[in-house]
Write a protein that binds this ligand. Structure first.
Ligand SMILES: [Zn+2]
Ligand SMILES: [Zn+2]
Ligand SMILES: [Zn+2]
Length: 230
């Protein structure tokens, strides 16, 4: 890992020197020089991002393995070492493909106050793959659960189709595994409701279900308000 760091550092220094040259002298046609400068800035950002990512990993593993006091100190040093500029840069690099995000950025607010950004197409691919596993939650690559409200708030319209599918999965999961969910007795109707103390109500109804009127009532409550009066 140290070796990698050195390599990064060397490249970083070279880039900084080049940037300095291009900033102060005219060595190329103006347009070319501007493009070069743009490219250098981009590469500098990427290197900073890689370093930040590695730090994230180190912090994540230390959080898992260390008591809480030590976590605070390691986070403090990180804050001191890295300026807010790097955080801004990091927010423009996609966590999935590592490339700069020029447009359609989706930002996720993850555990331990990390912000993770994605191209909306990259996040769509991640969601698609998770949907294949019949998931009921989406997860960021950092393993944080994605709060769906974030997607809606950022108006990431490309992702809405996957969010809708996720909500369908959640609904099916609830219908299957929660005893208090009641489905409308009309097979063609999707209506469902949550029944409080369903056990109690049922035992009461059975006790008093002698008269035809009572039987009528029991079957009647198995329908949703719309189907009931059809
Ligand atoms: Zn991407
Ligand atoms: Zn994340
Ligand atoms: Zn119904």
């Amino acid at each position: 890992m140290n070796q990698m760091n050195e390599e990064f550092q060397q490249k970083f220094q070279q880039l900084l020197q080049l940037k300095d040259i291009y900033n102060t002298r005219e060595v190329l046609p103006l347009r070319m020089q501007r493009l070069k400068l743009f490219d250098i800035n981009f590469q500098l950002k990427q290197i900073r991002h890689q370093q930040q990512k590695r730090l994230d990993q180190i912090i994540n593993s230390s959080i898992k393995s260390q008591p809480s006091q030590q976590i605070e100190t390691s986070q403090d040093t990180v804050t001191k070492q890295f300026s807010s500029q790097i955080i801004v840069d990091q927010q423009n690099i996609c966590l999935s493909c590592d490339k700069y995000i020029f447009e359609k950025r989706v930002e996720l607010f993850c555990q331990n106050k990390f912000h993770h950004s994605y191209h909306s197409t990259c996040l769509a691919t991640i969601m698609k793959n998770q949907l294949k596993l019949e998931c009921i939650y989406f997860y960021c690559l950092c393993k944080s659960q994605i709060k769906i409200g974030q997607i809606f708030k950022q108006r990431a319209v490309d992702l809405e189709v996957y969010v809708n599918k996720l909500m369908e999965n959640q609904l099916n999961y609830m219908k299957k595994s929660l005893p208090n969910i009641k489905l409308c007795a009309n097979k063609d109707c999707d209506f469902f409701w949550v029944c409080k103390n369903s056990g109690k109500i049922r035992s009461q109804s059975y006790k008093t279900s002698q008269s035809p009127l009572k039987i009528y009532r029991i079957s009647y409550v198995n329908y949703c308000p719309t189907c009931r009066f059809q």
